[in-house]
Design a protein around this ligand. Structure first.
Ligand SMILES: O=c1[nH]cnc2c(O)cc(-c3ccc(F)cc3)cc12
Ligand SMILES: [Mg+2]
Length: 216
């Protein structure tokens, strides 16, 4: 097929979601990915955990690692008060462009930074006139979770900053999980859940491998 999966998701959002209505954008992505083709958005089940943590944290400065199509970006931005700033880092320029259009369709304003987190995180302090991040959502590539957290610890986090990471057990980021659970710098909490778009009613296509594992 000529288009990429993110572009097909974008086209579905543009076709069925109400412009300026973030919830309808989220619902459009979720219905497409549960019925037509699976995609690695955080999804609605884990998205409810994300919502709860954002609402409890009430962050002013937010960083997201891994934008993909912008689903979790919309999820977070729709809950932020006016004046709050959300920055999202995406390595893949095609993903970043799709995300910009999905976020725009939701009527939200987010800064998408295109590049590798390990290059961009050390530049954030200088580039953005912000002090510290109040909330960080980590959802990019499992092998980078721990390295990037340690980069954030160099002066972009404060006592009370909250980090929330997707996929720490599936596909898994064991070094990150061990670090957060043993470091005296953090209190860690584990939210059991299920991989996105698994409880399947529709006949949608699953990702490459047959997901028969019972994941939490
Ligand atoms: O690579 C990923 N980045 C961010 N989030 C992900 C995510 O939520 C799920 C998966 C994933 C999980 C199972 C599988 F069979 C294939 C891919 C990958 C990522
Ligand atoms: Mg994920």
């Amino acid at each position: 097929s000529g288009t990429s999966r993110p572009v097909r998701i974008l086209h579905h959002v543009q076709k069925v979601a109400q412009y300026g209505d973030a919830q309808s954008v989220l619902s459009a992505v979720d219905s497409y990915c549960s019925k037509i083709e699976w995609a690695m958005n955080v999804g609605d089940l884990k998205g409810q955990i994300l919502d709860a943590v954002v609402l409890e944290t009430r962050p002013h400065y937010v960083l997201e690692l891994g934008t993909y199509c912008g689903y979790s970006t919309v999820r977070i931005a729709r809950l932020l008060p006016p004046g709050a700033r959300l920055f999202s880092i995406e390595m893949n320029p095609q993903y970043a462009q799709v995300a910009r259009e999905i976020i725009q369709h939701a009527g939200l304003d987010v800064d998408i930074l295109v590049g590798c987190t390990s290059d961009l995180i050390p530049q954030l302090k200088k580039k953005l006139d912000i002090e510290k991040f109040d909330f960080v959502f980590i959802d990019h590539w499992k092998v980078s979770y721990l390295r990037d957290t340690k980069l954030l610890e160099c002066d972009l986090l404060r006592p009370g900053s909250v980090l929330l990471a997707d996929n720490v057990t599936c596909p898994g980021a064991p070094d990150y999980l061990h670090y957060m659970r043993t470091s005296p710098r953090y209190e860690s909490q584990y939210f059991p859940s299920r991989l996105e778009y698994l409880s399947r009613g529709g006949g949608g296509a699953l990702p490459g491998i047959k997901l028969l594992l019972n994941v939490t």
